[in-house]
Design a protein around this ligand. Sequence first.
Ligand SMILES: Nc1ncnc2c1ncn2[C@@H]1O[C@H](COP(=O)(O)OP(=O)(O)OP(=O)(O)O)[C@@H](O)[C@H]1O
Ligand SMILES: Cc1cn([C@H]2C[C@H](O)[C@@H](COP(=O)(O)O)O2)c(=O)[nH]c1=O
Length: 204
Amino acid sequence: MLVTLEGLDGSGKTTVWEGLQDRYPEATFTREPTDDSWYGEAVYRSIADGDADPLAELFLYTADHAAHLSRVVEPALERGDLVISDRYSDSRFAYQGATLEAWSDDAGERALEDPLEYVVDVHEPISIVPELTIYLDLDPETAAERAGTTNKFERAEYLASVQENYERLLEREPDRFVRVDANDTPEAVLEGVVTALEGALETK
Ligand SMILES: Nc1ncnc2c1ncn2[C@@H]1O[C@H](COP(=O)(O)OP(=O)(O)OP(=O)(O)O)[C@@H](O)[C@H]1O
Ligand SMILES: Cc1cn([C@H]2C[C@H](O)[C@@H](COP(=O)(O)O)O2)c(=O)[nH]c1=O
């Protein structure tokens, strides 16, 4: 079963992902962007470039996703593992959807009518939809504060448009997403996530 953790920068995904490793020692834990491939390295170069081309950046992230799927996710699912990924396709839908929304304002004829839908469509033939996605819900100001504004995405204004996109995704697929309040203590957030995960494992 493929389970993904999503939310704004600083919402606590990595803290939860690390906490889950003690609870589910047999599971495969992975992340996007990948941190052990040249595809992931290319993505991190793009993140560090405040002037990166937004469309090129989308396809760098998507290339990293394709390699992540074929090298890590699919083999683990074929073994029957529980796979838990810290970020996955929804991050692209929400983040690159927001970046491309801003880009479209000045793109003239190249403007995308609905950037989020465009990014979803790019993934449709190549990706695997998670069975459960846990959304750690936190307001953009607290998220930016917790994240410490270390990269170009971690600004409250940008995160507000990312949050709007996440809300659209939750509305589209209410059965796949479970919302967990990320304002709680780290321990309470982890318990909320474990409860959601146990529920999904039971109905499997
Ligand atoms: N529930 C919580 N309450 C308060 N602080 C938290 C909570 N969870 C995590 N933090 C703190 O917030 C910061 C960001 O947490 P974390 O790295 O887990 O977030 P993230 O969602 O993975 O961020 P990013 O997407 O930027 O990697 C860390 O300093 C972490 O200790
Ligand atoms: C997978 C993915 C990530 N991002 C952004 C979100 C973060 O600001 C950075 C790095 O992620 P991390 O979890 O903080 O290490 O990349 C993105 O814009 N699109 C994506 O698909």
